[in-house]
Design a protein around this ligand. Sequence first.
Ligand code: ACO
Length: 382
Amino acid sequence: MTTAASMPVLDKGLANTIAAESAMSFIDGQNGILEYVGIDIDALARNSTFEEVVYLLWHRKLPTRGELDAFASGIRAEYDLPEVMWDVIKTIPTSAAPMHALRTLVSALALSDPEADDPSPAANERKGVRLLAKAPALIANFDRHRKGRDFIKPDSSLSIASAFLTMLNGQEPTETMAKALDVCLILHADHGFNASTFAALVTISTLSDMYSAVTTAIGTLKGPLHGGANEAVMHMLTEIGQMDRVEPYIREKLDRKERVMGFGHRVYKAYDPRASYLKTFAERLAEDTGNRELYEMSRRIDQIMHEAVAAKGIHPNVDFYSATTYYSIGLDIDLFTPMFVMSRIGGWVGHCIEQLADNKLIRPRCEYIGPHEAAYVPIEGR
Ligand code: ACO
């Protein structure tokens, strides 16, 4: 924040700072509204596809049939990994957490891209397409590697969601499962200047490169106060274990002033519209996959939290019901946050391209609170 006299003021957590302009997503935190380029997230989740949503975010308009076909086939043509990357995957310890592996693998993609340091908008979009296209093969095949399974190459006749699940499980998903993952990818694709997007922008604003920006963002998304919350929610549900333990568990947590993962948001003080959509979606999916109790436990947590803290503006966020959804799709818990990466690459790349079109180095100030005019004491005298 800057006052009229251009004096910076302290704004911890940058909660009241508008750091730049963006035409990608609009969030009304008081009324629980999220739009991508003006289109309500609910309409997109119901009618669109992840590939179409990324086109929308990058080009600020819905594509025609021809534009969408060209965009989607451009992505599919980039699904496969450079030969060296299959060897890189094999070098990663099988005990590594997928988010650490993914951050490393995305960074390694730059090593064999001759355009890695080309800053032109066209090259940056091509790199965005590559990142978006190759993330599914990296995540699925790291998972195969750690489980001692043979690699599976991506099938370029499939959508991103279907190609990923096919590599992961060794068979094509049902239409319901592919649709479920596609909807999750749509809902997570962009969200203003969230922490990981902001981290990507700090990196790209130094005129570094797209791979560095996305690698930075992955490291930032991983934290449990951000994208890592979906895994934390699932661990909490597993720890609770059964319905009659929900109430004492949550009430004790609140009494100890601990955070309940998957609740609260810096911007939303009303129900997160992504959570509203996922709530009904997760219910259907849990029913179909024999995970009804898990959904019921989530609903009960939601009710208890509503009674206890809704007045403080704390509601479920996108991570809360996405945990049940991913579990019902059959994903291992530590693959939940990598799903967020697969989707949010769309947002990160779009924001980086937007930033570079009118770049200014992002470099805030801090308020120094240490001493002044301190004497330098030689080491022998300390
Ligand atoms: N459970 C219980 N109380 C909470 C929660 C929660 N999940 N979240 C916030 N609060 C309380 C805080 O204790 C604080 O109470 P107080 O005023 O009595 O001290 C008040 O609400 C404000 O909390 P802050 O941490 O100041 O709010 P901030 O905007 O900084 O935090 C955050 C937002 C980090 C998301 C927080 O709500 C949280 O930790 N949630 C749990 C983690 C989570 O689900 N993260 C995912 C966010 S969505 C995403 O990144 C995709």
